[in-house]
Structure formats: C-alpha cells, structure tokens
Design a protein around this ligand. Structure first.
Ligand SMILES: Cc1cc2nc3c(=O)[nH]c(=O)nc-3n(C[C@H](O)[C@H](O)[C@H](O)COP(=O)(O)OP(=O)(O)OC[C@H]3O[C@@H](n4cnc5c(N)ncnc54)[C@H](O)[C@@H]3O)c2cc1C
Length: 427
C-alpha cells in the first residue's frame, strides 16, 4: 500500500535490516515498509519463504511444496499477512468447517463438523463428532485453559477416553509437531480459543490454493520491492559487531554493512543461527522432523482437499490437482528410514484412504525436513526468548520466539509483526 501514512509514533528515520526472508522476516518487512521505513532484507538462501516454500520436482514434473501447510480461517495473522502482501485470495479449502477422517486400522470413516457460532452444540450431535465419543471427550479440552507450564498434552487431557486417540492426539501432534507425551499443553489453548472456540467460521481448514511460494513469499516480495525495499538473496549474515551496547555493523561474506544511528536489525533466522550470532542468547535447542510424501496420481481434483488419518503412519493427506501429499509430524524416527522404504509404507495407506484400488507406486518424492520446528516440549518452550534483546536496535522474530503460540505460520507472522511494532518503541 504505497503512500499509506506511517503509524503514529513510528520513527521513520533509519533503515531496518531484516535478516532472514522466511514468513517472520517478510511479515516484519511488510509492516515496516507500509509504515514508511527503509527496508533491506538479507536472505542466506537463493529464495525467500524459508521453511514454507514451493519448488519444481523433476520426478513428479510438478511444482510441490516442501511440506503441506494447514492453516485455519481464524488465523488472523495469516489473514493480515496476505492482505498486506496484496494477495488476500491465496488460500482455499472447504466452505464449511469439515475434517474428514479415516481409521486405517478399522476402515471406519467420519467427519468432524463444528457448527457456526461460538456455542459448540456440535459436540452433542453424534453425526458431527468422532464415532464412539460423547460430548465429555471434547469438554476435556477445557482443561487446556488451566494447563501449567510443565504439563504435557497427554498429562493434561488424560489418555483414557476414546476421543483422545481419534481427536485430541491428531490435533495436538499436527499443531505442535511433538508427541502428546512430550508436547506442551499450554500452547494448544490459544489455538483452540482463536479457532474452534469461535465456531465454524474460524476453523475452516485453509491450504495454499496454488503453492506456498505463490501464496506467501512471491506476492510479499512484489509488494516490498514496489515499496522500495531492497531484497538481497544469497546473503548469509556471518556476524554482528557490537559497539556501545548496540549493533554497529553486520558482517557478510562479501563485505560489511555499517549501521547509522536510527538503523535497526531484525534477526528472523532459525534459533540455532540466532544463538551463534548473539552471545548469551538462550533459544530452544531440540527440534522435530516432519516427513512429507508426495505422489502423482492418475486423476486430478479441482481445488484442494484434506483427509485426516489415524491408525497408520500417514497422518494427513492433502490433495491439490493430481498430487496427493502425505504429512507425518513428530517424525524423527521415520525420517531416519530410507526414502524408498517410506514411500513403500505410505503409498498403500493413500490407496486405501482415497479408494484408488490396487495401484503400483506412482512417481513420488519424499521430503524430510529434519528440523521442521523446534521441539515444543515444556522445557524447550521455557527457552523461547522475547522480541527484545539486550541491544535496543536488535529485535528477534521467528516461530521459535515467545509468541505464546505453537511454531506455525500464524506464530511466525505474528512474531514478525511484533518485532516491527517493537521498533516503533525504540528511539
Ligand atoms: C514440513 C513442514 C510442515 C509444516 N507444516 C505447517 C502447517 O501445517 N501449518 C503451519 O502453520 N506451519 C507449518 N510449518 C511451520 C512453518 O513452516 C514455520 O512456522 C514458518 O515457516 C517459520 O517461519 P520463520 O520465518 O520463523 O522461519 P524460517 O522459515 O526458518 O526462516 C528463516 C530464514 O532465515 C534464513 N537464514 C538462516 N540463516 C541465515 C543467515 N545467517 N543469514 C541470512 N539468512 C539466514 C533461512 O534461509 C530462512 O529463509 C511447517 C514446517 C515444515 C518444515
């Protein structure tokens, strides 16, 4: 939105150097560019988008995403990002809040269908909930509101009721990318409150209509360049030089960048990189893998679709065009297996879930993101730093910072907005 007046109180004098062009860095850049700041983005890779990107896969001869990304219609950070990038229509999904599921063990199918409005009467209607559960299985979720810092999902909710394995576990593992025995219960409540807690309009599943890059990074870069931001790809930050308690220089392989008074830096890099760059910074150290298995099918669908699976290895199947992509979260042990073994294991589950009949393994690609997110355990959550650092002109962004949310696109985007807003407080 070129020409939008700066937000009140924004110091529009200096340049903001944003290091890392993942969604947190891009969110910070969009907000600051809109407020009239001069922006320079330094990205170590040859492309923007970080852990949320698309690429052409030669085996499938299709453009695929590094991993399926599920969002919900109540993700207001995501919505703001898309609006500020000038691409509000990038997401697609069912008109209603519908989550079709299959149990790969028993063959049973069902569809979880929250109702419109904030009063969740759907939990009292058997056709809208998981078979074999009652309203009490869902009311267990209220315990999450009082979850302590040390509580795990399994410890907080209890695992005895049938709804745990068929509702709470898939939801928690998908959101936290950490097993229910380790995952921090406290991170789930804000997600539930902002999505399922607001009824069907806020919990419709949302997926990239075309691809993640086309939805997020590409339009953001077009908008930012149009607003005069400089985007420097293949520019890895190697060090920060500190002087008089502030960042004075940025050190790159190809030279240095001296900061004037009024200039600032937002570090929007992964936690391990931030800890190398900033002495004494405490960050989450553990990580969890996500494995995605992409298969090219013989037939295509219009739009996108999502199916949840329990009782097997595959957890979610996303379909877009003629590609079916399976997600397995908290997948460190699976990621250690050879790609072909993973494909052989998952393909029969896809055949069953999509009712494809007996089929040979089609062209496929296994993508292992070994450090997909930080391990969202109570101990690692306690290590998340805030936006501010000991240096007034240095702010942090990233899904691993202390957003109060899980490490998701929504968390990443909000951390970027927060870092941008923090600079408005810094003279
Ligand atoms: C397979 C997978 C599936 C996922 N599924 C979902 C999902 O379903 N829903 C959801 O909401 N979220 C999901 N996520 C999480 C989501 O992708 C992340 O939360 C989000 O992309 C993180 O953005 P970020 O900006 O915090 O970090 P990153 O995307 O990691 O961005 C950091 C950037 O910094 C750059 N960088 C690193 N070092 C340097 C350096 N020294 N100098 C300059 N640049 C540097 C990197 O190249 C990168 O571009 C998934 C993630 C993965 C990997």
């Amino acid at each position: 939105m070129a020409g939008t007046p700066p937000y009140p109180g924004v110091d529009v004098t200096g340049t903001v150097h944003i290091v890392g062009a993942g969604l947190s860095g891009l969110a910070a850049a969009l907000r600051l560019a809109r407020a009239g700041r001069r922006i320079v983005i330094h990205e170590g890779a040859g492309h923007a988008g970080g852990r949320c990107r698309s690429f052409h896969d030669a085996t499938l001869d299709r453009r695929i995403d590094n991993g399926n990304h599920l969002m919900l219609s109540g993700n207001r950070g995501v919505e703001s990002f898309l609006a500020e990038a000038g691409a509000p229509g990038g997401l697609a999904g069912p008109e209603d809040a519908e989550f079709p599921f299959m149990d790969l063990g028993t063959g049973e199918r069902w569809c979880v269908r929250p109702n419109r409005g904030p009063v969740p009467w759907w939990i009292f209607v058997s056709a809208r909930r998981v078979p074999g559960t009652s309203a009490g299985d869902y009311l267990q979720g209220l315990k999450l509101a009082r979850a302590g810092r040390e509580d795990t999902v399994a410890g907080c909710l209890g695992t005895a009721r049938p709804g745990f394995r068929r509702f709470w576990e898939p939801l928690a593992v998908g959101v936290l990318n950490t097993s229910v025995d380790d995952g921090a219960a406290a991170l789930l409540w804000p997600v539930l409150k902002e999505t399922f807690g607001r009824g069907a309009t806020a919990c419709r599943p949302r997926m990239a209509r075309v691809g993640l890059s086309e939805t997020f990074a590409d339009p953001a870069l077009v908008r930012l360049r149009g607003q005069g931001a400089e985007v420097r790809l293949n520019r890895r930050l190697k060090g920060l030089a500190l002087h008089h308690g502030r960042v004075a220089r940025l050190v790159f392989a190809d030279g240095e960048e001296t900061l004037d008074n009024g200039d600032a830096v937002i570090l929007a890099v992964p936690p391990a990189v931030a800890a190398e760059l900033v002495d004494g910074l405490i960050v989450p150290k553990g990580t969890r893998a996500i494995v995605n298995a992409h298969f090219r099918l013989e037939s295509a669908i219009d739009g996108v679709s999502l199916t949840g699976l329990v009782g097997g290895t595959a957890e979610w199947i996303f379909r877009r065009g003629d590609v079916a992509s399976v997600t397995v979260s908290a997948a460190d042990s699976l990621a250690a297996e050879p790609a072909e073994a993973i494909a052989d294991r998952i393909w029969p589950e896809v055949v069953r879930a999509l009712g494809l009949g007996a089929r040979q393994l089609p062209p496929h690609r296994i993508v292992k993101e070994k450090r997909a997110t930080f391990a969202e355990t109570p101990a690692e959550v306690a290590r998340r730093p805030g936006t501010d650092t000991a240096y007034p002109n240095l702010k942090l962004a990233g899904d691993w910072t202390d957003t109060g949310l899980p490490a998701t696109i929504e968390g990443a985007v909000r951390s970027g907005f927060r870092a941008a807003e923090a600079l408005t407080r810094t003279p």
